[in-house]
Structures are given as C-alpha cells and as structure tokens.
Design a protein around this ligand. Structure first.
Ligand SMILES: *Cc1c(COP(=O)(O)O)cnc(C)c1O
Length: 435
C-alpha cells in the first residue's frame, strides 16, 4: 500500500525518522518535561477538547517527545499511526481493549508471554472478556473454529517469550480477516528482523523495555496501526470506532480519522484519558536513544545467540537447545520465511543434571548475570525452576514444559568468545554437580 511504503532503509529510519528539527532547533529529540500546555484563548483550547484541532493540552493524553518517538516506531513498522504506553503490558491491554468490551471474545495463540497470558486468562476475564487459546501450530480449520460471533480480535507473538515459537503470521492473518483484525506482539524480533504488517497483521504491539530500549534503562510499550483494517466494513462489531462517541460530541472515529488514524486516535483520546498508562517523556527520550542503534545491535544479538546455541548443542551436559536458528529446530523453516536475518538473542536449553546441575551452573557464571530480564546489552540468564516458577514441583515443571534443568539465556552484545568461555566453565560446574 502507498502509505506503508518505505522510502529510506530501516537503518536510516532507526536513526532519523520521527523527529525533523527546523532551522536552529535542537538536533536531539527534546524532552518536553511538562504536564500541561499553554493557550491564548479558551476557543483555541476548546478545539483540542472537541478533537477539531490537533495539539497538546495534557501529557496524560499526548506529549510531543512521545509523539516524535512513536512516529519513528510507526515508520519502522511501516504503519500509519502509533502511540507509546507506560509498559508492554499497557500496550497489549490498550490494543485489545480498544476493540473489546464486556461480552467480547478474543482468539489468542497459547504460546505467548506469561504476563499477556495472565492478562487474557485472568484479568480481562474479570472484565467479562473471554479468550480461546489456540496452538500456534494449529491448522487453518482449527484456527477458524475458535472464532465466535462475539470475537473482536486475534492475538499472537512473532517470536514467543520464552517458548521461542514462531508465529505463522500469514496464516493467522488470513483466518483473522474473515472476522476481525490480527494483533501481533513484535517485541522479540523488532521491526529490524520482522515487520508483521508485510505479512498481513493489522496492529503491532511492543514491549519497548526489551531490544528497542536495549539497555535495561526504561520501561515502555508501543502500539502501531497498519491503517489497513476496514472498520466500516465491520460496523456492527466495532461500534466504538464506527458509531458516535458522546464524550467527544458525537465524533465517529472511523469517519473523521479514516482507516489510517481511527484506532490510535480512539486509544489515545478515550483509553489514555480514562486509564492513563502514559509513558513519561524522559523514558521516551531513553527509548529513542536505543532506537538510534537498534539496526546495529540486533544483528549482534542474533550472532551471539546463534554462536551460543551452536556451542551448547554440542556439549554433553546439555540435553536440548531451543533456538529457531538451529537447523533441527521445529520452527527453523518458518523462521527462514519470517526472520531471514535471524530472530532475537534469547536461547533456552536444558541441563542433563536437572535441578542440582542448574543450581551449580548458575552459581558458577561470571559474565552472564542472573536476572529476570531479557533483551538488553548485557547477557543474562534465568533458571525458571528456582525463580519465576519456584512454587512448582519437579513433576509440575515437567508438565508445564519448563523442566527443572531449563535455562533461559539472553545473549547481549559482548564478544561471543567470552560468552562461550563463561558457559563452558559453568557447564564444568554443572558436570561436577552431576558426578
Ligand atoms: C516483556 C514482554 C511484555 C511485557 O512488557 P513490559 O514492558 O514488561 O510490561 C509483553 N510481551 C512480550 C513479548 C514481552 O517480552
């Protein structure tokens, strides 16, 4: 589509898109550290409240710093509009809640981030919004059968955190489009490695906390609209977009802002107004610093992860390695299609010696730190059995597909030789624990 076409390369957009200073203006995106904005007349301000003019009045809804950075993310994804949110959780909630209300239903891949699974399975359920989870590997008929009359969105993750399943975006989009839009959480590959709109997704979300910021500095999220879903063609399903909003004097978002702008304008002017999970302009500034080098960093994360995965696969202390870039991986072919330049820096693997081996391994690491985080410059790892999943027994862990010896490794930007050396000496300790 015309409006989604890229003129510059992705690297140029990482560095320069979104903010274009005029003569004598700051070269770097300024931080508008202001909650409010000043006007000469009440009429000027009134037009903003009626959505008759665009401008700023209160930073819970919009702030110029955030808008510059959101515009860069829209350019990177090839979308028509974008907004920042306080976190990735807020991005996924607002994207879904912009389409759903009590009585609605969502179809979601079962292989998604734990926080999003909980959001759909527990918290949104309490709001009267139900969810059917489908396998990311389900066939077309099976996916289609999950839809109901009240389904309002389909949801999946390009590369799931931490299962590392790869979504068949084209298939999900094809099935979704008979009913509703497809929302794809593109956090792990980032638009440098995959742009879901090119494969048919309608809305993209991000936890910018991960690679986009990339330095573990600022929590944040983003929502991007492809501008392609025809809300008016599904008028009855999305009354929030296609019938008058009385809180803005009867504006119909899909009419006034068109396909390109309706979704993000509604999410900003209703959901940010009423719920308020706004990103601080200071965090947006940090996020932009991260975005300026995203295209340089992602290939290095991938290179390090590929090297560590290949190394681990050859070690006797390791029973299996899960990384879509390994030829034996279940998602290898799908990853080649959707992620030709590689996926992300996260690798999971299981130690043969189970819990004692995992404990010895973690204790022995020198460079790679123990953290409940992934996707920043410093390599880190986690043993779910002794941290995020520590309430479960070894039996329950096995059932959940998270065996006690499982390690999640997030490869940072260090030299791969040093990471491998650190892994090797920690594997020696794991080996001694088994003996
Ligand atoms: C981390 C993560 C989230 C949640 O993001 P926060 O910024 O921590 O709220 C959502 N989706 C995916 C895929 C993630 O990895």
């Amino acid at each position: 589509m015309e409006q989604n076409q890229r003129t510059n390369g992705i690297g140029t957009d990482c560095v320069q898109a979104g903010y274009h200073p005029g003569n004598g203006e700051p070269r770097e995106v300024p931080i508008y550290q202001s909650t409010t904005f000043k006007y000469d007349t009440s009429e000027d301000m009134g037009k903003l409240f009626d959505l008759q003019a665009s401008g700023y009045f209160y930073s819970r809804l919009q702030n110029p710093t955030n808008d510059y950075v959101a515009a860069k993310i829209a350019a990177l994804e090839g979308g028509t509009a974008a907004m920042l949110t306080a976190s990735g959780q807020a991005a996924n909630f607002l994207a879904l809640f912009n389409l759903c209300e009590a009585g609605s239903h969502v179809v979601a891949s079962s292989s998604i981030y734990g926080g999003t699974f909980n959001l759909l399975n527990v918290t949104m359920k309490k709001m009267g919004i139900s969810c059917t989870f489908v396998s990311p590997d389900a066939a077309e008929e099976e996916l289609d059968a999950a839809f109901q009359d009240n389904t309002r969105a389909m949801f999946g993750e390009t590369i799931a955190n931490p299962a590392l399943t790869v979504l068949d975006i084209s298939l999900f989009a094809k099935v979704a489009h008979a009913h509703v839009p497809l929302i794809v959480d593109n956090t792990f590959p980032t638009p440098v490695n995959c742009r879901p709109f090119e494969w048919g997704a309608d809305i993209v979300t991000h936890s910018t906390t991960k690679y986009m910021d990339g330095h573990g500095a600022a929590l944040g999220g983003a929502i991007v609209d492809s501008g392609r879903f025809d809300w008016m063609a599904h008028k009855d399903k999305f009354p929030g977009l296609t019938t008058p909003d009385e809180s803005y004097h009867g504006i119909v978002y899909a009419e006034k802002f068109g396909r390109e702008g309706a979704f993000i304008t509604k999410a900003t002017s209703q959901l940010m107004r009423d719920l308020g999970p706004m990103q601080s302009p200071q965090n947006a500034f940090y996020l932009n610093l991260g975005l300026e080098s995203l295209h340089v960093r992602m290939p290095r994360h991938v290179e390090n992860a590929q090297a560590c995965a290949e190394f681990l696969e050859a070690q006797p202390e390791v029973t299996f390695v899960n990384y879509p870039g390994l030829p034996g991986n279940r998602y290898y072919e799908r990853a080649k299609k959707y992620l030709p330049h590689g996926g992300c820096g996260v690798v999971t693997f299981e130690l043969r010696g189970g819990r004692p081996a995992a404990e010895a391994f973690m204790k022995q690491l020198r460079l790679i730190a123990i953290e409940t985080h992934v996707a920043d410059a410093r390599s880190c790892c986690l043993n779910p059995a002794t941290s995020t999943h520590r309430q479960l027994t070894d039996e329950q862990l096995k059932e959940a597909g998270v065996p006690a010896g499982l390690i999640r490794l997030s490869c940072g930007l260090e030299d791969k030789e040093d990471l491998i050396r650190d892994l090797r000496q920690a594997l020696d300790a794991a080996g001694r624990a088994m003996a």
